[in-house]
Design a protein around this ligand. Structure first.
Ligand code: CTP
Length: 220
């Protein structure tokens, strides 16, 4: 089989969690490790794409010459980095687990445990995928991820529509071996008129399946 090449294509990826500072030593975050996003970046790069990987804080490293890593911490920084590269990119993949809320203010000194209760006021972060969905051009292809615990397909379909995505990769936290921190994942890819279910497999292999499907849509 000839390789499904991405030579001449530019791919913008978000990956990892975001950290939203509470004070100089604490933050709100999540369990995302970035493994799926980095596996996709490697796969696109191996197929010849130029990859911009906007990555939240992770322990992962990539050395492929085709991958430019843009390291960010917060959702706001991720959004600004994405805006910089989005217009010129052929494919957008939103694999990051962006924190939906951030503390309204960041304390400039470490918060001391003075009282028995502490209330932190949170404000909504920008939804990067949704914001980008509004500026997507006809020739651009966008892929989102959804992590759901209930009403999985219906929720994922709703995100596909609301965020103006071409494709959404649904992983359910109810599947053993799937989701955060695992090296394997079990996903269903949902498009407007098609659904593809994949068996539990290593994230690197799943990345190949996702990239193949994107290639088919770009060349279909
Ligand atoms: N996403 C994003 N910016 C955000 C939140 C989510 O770009 N502030 C992207 C994710 O990268 C993913 C998709 O949107 O591709 C869905 O993310 P998810 O967290 O499942 O959905 P939310 O829209 O945050 O909805 P909810 O948390 O209510 O399920």
């Amino acid at each position: 089989m000839t390789e499904k090449s991405f030579k001449g294509k530019t791919v913008l990826l978000t990956a990892g969690p975001t950290h939203e500072p509470i004070d100089p030593v604490r933050f709100i975050g999540n369990h995302s490790t970035g493994k799926m996003g980095y596996a996709l970046a490697e796969c696109f790069a191996q197929r010849g794409a130029k990859v911009q990987l906007v990555s939240g804080p992770t322990n992962l490293r990539t050395h492929h010459a085709n991958i430019e890593v843009v390291a960010v911490t917060t959702a706001d920084e991720m959004y600004r980095a994405v805006l910089k590269y989005a217009e010129a990119a052929d494919v957008w993949v939103f694999a990051a687990a962006v924190a939906d809320y951030r503390p309204k203010t960041m304390a400039d000194k470490k918060i001391k445990k003075d009282g028995d209760e502490l209330t932190i006021e949170l404000v909504k972060n920008v939804d990067i995928a949704s914001a980008l969905g509004k500026q997507k051009k006809e020739w651009q292809f966008s892929v989102g991820f959804a992590l759901e615990t209930h009403n999985e397909s219906a929720n994922a379909r709703e995100k596909l529509r609301k965020k103006n995505l071409n494709m959404i990769v649904l992983n359910s936290l109810n599947d053993p071996g799937a989701g955060f921190a695992h090296d394997t994942n079990q996903v269903t890819i949902i498009e407007e008129n098609a659904t593809h279910s994949f068996e539990l497999k290593p994230k690197s292999e799943l990345a190949q399946d996702i990239v193949n499907l994107i290639w088919e849509r770009l060349h279909g």
